[in-house]
Design a protein around this ligand. Structure first.
Ligand code: C5P
Length: 228
């Protein structure tokens, strides 16, 4: 079985409000996206990695990949205006069809090899698998700073990445979404449009998505530090 990881890394990090997009900021001693690539690079079940970057940062990404000796990145693809467009471009750049595509956001640097392995195994068996967690907080529908109603949280899950699919399925889902002008906030929602079941693999609270300065600081990140 051949597995290709697609890593969307082309966001501008508007919520982070830093000059440099958050994926290039220092966490510990390495840029955020290098932590993520390192884990994917070491995962035995991944054969190839395609990084999707903003055109402006392609050269910078290439140099950092070399510096940190990441071996499995076969190419860096230019991203689009939205995450969906970026992933679409990554998918369309593939010439030799792999069996499985694993999509993982560059800004989730705490993913574990165990979750990578489990999600690939489930996708291989069922076609589509996403990492997710059940909701434990009470959920409210809010309008104009007022609660409209309490939502029944039974059966509600929040999903993360990796999101993993058989190659033909995710390619068809992205092509269909493109044709129908459908936009979703994750990859699974495009597969749902094909009425193909998507399995949930229980995830981890530590698989955090880096979002804003406050949270980045709590994680020990230095949002003023750019690594060369
Ligand atoms: O913006 P958000 O945090 O949801 O982005 C999730 C991932 O998608 C990030 O790794 C980001 O770099 C990537 N992304 C992308 N192209 C975009 C927007 C986001 O590759 N146009």
């Amino acid at each position: 079985m051949r597995v290709c990881a697609l890593v969307p890394n082309a966001g501008s990090g508007a919520r982070m409000k830093t000059a440099l997009p958050k994926q290039y900021l220092a966490l510990d001693t390495k840029p955020v996206f290098i932590h993520t690539l390192n884990i994917l690079d070491k995962a035995k079940c991944i054969n190839e990695i395609i990084l999707i970057s903003n055109e402006k940062y392609i050269e910078k990404s290439r140099l950092l990949i070399q510096k940190y000796n990441i071996k499995k990145v076969s190419r860096i693809v230019c991203g689009g205006k939205t995450r969906q467009e970026s992933v679409y471009r990554g998918l369309m750049s593939i010439k030799n069809a792999p069996d499985i595509i694993l999509i993982h956001d560059a800004v989730r640097p705490f993913i574990t090899s165990e979750l990578i392995r489990k999600s690939i195994k489930t996708a291989h068996k069922h076609g589509a698998a996403v990492i997710g967690l059940p909701l434990f907080d009470t959920i409210k529908l809010v309008k104009d700073d007022c609660i409209e109603k309490t939502v029944d949280r039974n059966n509600l899950w929040r999903v993360q990445t990796p999101q993993v699919f058989r190659y033909d399925l995710i390619k068809t889902a992205y092509q269909r979404a493109n044709k129908n002008n459908f936009s979703g906030t994750d990859d699974a929602s495009l597969v749902e449009q094909l009425n193909h079941p998507v399995r949930i693999v229980p995830g981890s609270e530590t698989n955090i998505k880096i979002t804003d300065q406050k949270q980045f600081k709590l994680l020990g990140g230095n949002y003023k530090c750019e690594l060369e």
